[in-house]
Design a protein around this ligand. Sequence first.
Ligand code: DC
Length: 231
Amino acid sequence: MTKKITIAIDGFSSTGKSTIAKLLANKYNYVYVDTGAMYRAVTLFAKLNGYVTKDTFNKEALINDLTSISLSFHFNEKIGFSEMYLNNRNVEQQIRTLEVSQLVSKVAEISEVRKKLVLEQQFMGKDGGVVMDGRDIGTVVFPNADLKLFMTASADKRATRRYKELIDRGDKVTFEDVLFNVEERDRIDSTREDSPLTKAKDAITFDNSDMGIKEQFDRICSLVDQKLSML
Ligand code: DC
């Protein structure tokens, strides 16, 4: 049987975690789980039901309705990776808007939401052979992960990448709004009470402000190969 490990990738928003995670999952034939997409899908659910807006948040209503939320990933062969489904509807496009990005950190602060999603994530990764990215993977979801990476980059570089992504999809956003959102999410994600974004003690930091994808990927693959050779 091929040996498989668990790879946890945490870090700030728009640090390219998902790009690296997808490349790793393809190369090693592992399952990729984008946990940010799950928090985004719950946020979309809360938004569509009127539980959360820019100015209001009915936490109780969302908590009481959490059992109505069913999340799943479905592999899309055309694009080569899995897409997020909320109650059997493909919501991949809707969850990536700036509007959802502006609400998601508020929703991700709620312990009841985190409890539900962490359990689902642990179930998805229980057999190993998984690359999971998020904010609390190496600290809470898989504290015993075989390899933990912590990605970081300057806020300006990250906002530039995210702004380009949004403009390329045709969204009407300003760079200032995107930069503000990146910094605001960093602040909320790192200071919330339940499972704040922190680097696990045994995680390896990658500052990719000035590092291309290929260099990062090659370095990370060496780390994975090293781990695999030790099994
Ligand atoms: O990775 P992302 O930017 O798509 O994540 C969206 C938000 O979800 C992020 O601002 C914080 C939250 N999140 C979290 O709290 N815990 C995770 N494991 C993943 C994401």
